[in-house]
Design a protein around this ligand. Sequence first.
Ligand SMILES: Cc1cc2nc3c(=O)[nH]c(=O)nc-3n(C[C@H](O)[C@H](O)[C@H](O)COP(=O)(O)OP(=O)(O)OC[C@H]3O[C@@H](n4cnc5c(N)ncnc54)[C@H](O)[C@@H]3O)c2cc1C
Length: 352
Amino acid sequence: MKTYDAIVVGGGPAGLVAAARLAEAGAATAVLDPEAPWEKPCGGGLSPVALDLFPWLADLEQTSRRVSRVHLTSVHGASVTLEGQEPYFVLSRRELAAALLARARAAAAEHLPHRVRSVARDGAAWQVRHDGGQLRGRLLVGADGVASVVRRAVRGAFARSDLGVAMGYHLSGCPLNALRLWFQRPEGFAYLFPRRDAASLGVGWRASLRGGRASSRRLLERALRSWAPGASIVGRYSHAFPSMVSREGWAEPRVGEGWALVGDAAGHVDPVRGEGIIYAMWGASLLADAVIEGRPETYEDRWRDAFGGSLWRKLPKRWVLRVPGLAGAGMLLARPFPRARECLYRRSQHHS
Ligand SMILES: Cc1cc2nc3c(=O)[nH]c(=O)nc-3n(C[C@H](O)[C@H](O)[C@H](O)COP(=O)(O)OP(=O)(O)OC[C@H]3O[C@@H](n4cnc5c(N)ncnc54)[C@H](O)[C@@H]3O)c2cc1C
């Protein structure tokens, strides 16, 4: 059985960034994912800080679009358009994954297109069983998303109250000039994220919300009619995502003896807006820094310092989304862009 320094389970943004960085530093690294690169159900929107942290993203031009017009609709149907924001960067998940996979392979990480079935501690190492056989690894990185096998082994699955669900459409032939968000009471939203030639339109809601699926489906159809009349539906999707609201969830460790969790498997998703790609890549990069320095346990402080506090502090602001009118939603979503960007950037500089 082959032994690796690091086995990364999952080849999404978190796993591929971790694999590339660890392999670049000379660690024998395997990344397992039967799907990668693929069009993961997602809006594909990256907030402005993404290009500061990962400037090479700007080279991804096949499907991407920069959007600086944001159109918000409140729970009561009032709308406002915010212009001149720092641009969002929106792209297809397949293009992002293909670029990340190429970087990981160039760094000599080995991609094994297999699904991991189980992981178990075996002395000082981990034994990983997958569709094509078994591997051993000294460090096990759980980057396998919201239903993570690694997470279940080291921490247990997410509580239902810490989960969100989203469903939506990939569209062609719809307006692509603005990013659109529409809030629904309580704690639901619709979004339209335009890419170069297509868009992702969907709705998200809290998994534990009674009747959430039915009311979200109605919102999805209304959003489709008003934002994209005449558009063609080229694909449909539905997927869960972590939406941590419990204090216990935020307090739990993301690193332990020979293991670490990154991205969705770690619950690193903005609990208000559902944004997770940037935190997946950022967290993975911080984990790699910690491992390369020979102090993997410092990953815990690194991610909490860099972005954990700001995600946690957003939670009380969830009430804003239930308030009629736009003052609250506008305040929450528009004003912090430049400020948040500056603040996040300073923190990342501090840690790099
Ligand atoms: C509908 C929807 C819309 C979203 N929109 C946005 C958005 O616009 N912007 C944003 O920033 N975030 C968005 N998110 C959140 C974002 O998709 C995630 O936060 C992000 O993908 C997390 O990256 P990750 O690498 O941790 O996990 P993932 O991208 O989920 O990758 C996990 C990978 O692990 C693989 N895997 C799973 N199980 C196994 C296994 N047993 N063995 C091997 N491989 C396995 C999967 O194939 C997958 O490729 C959205 C989420 C959803 C559901």
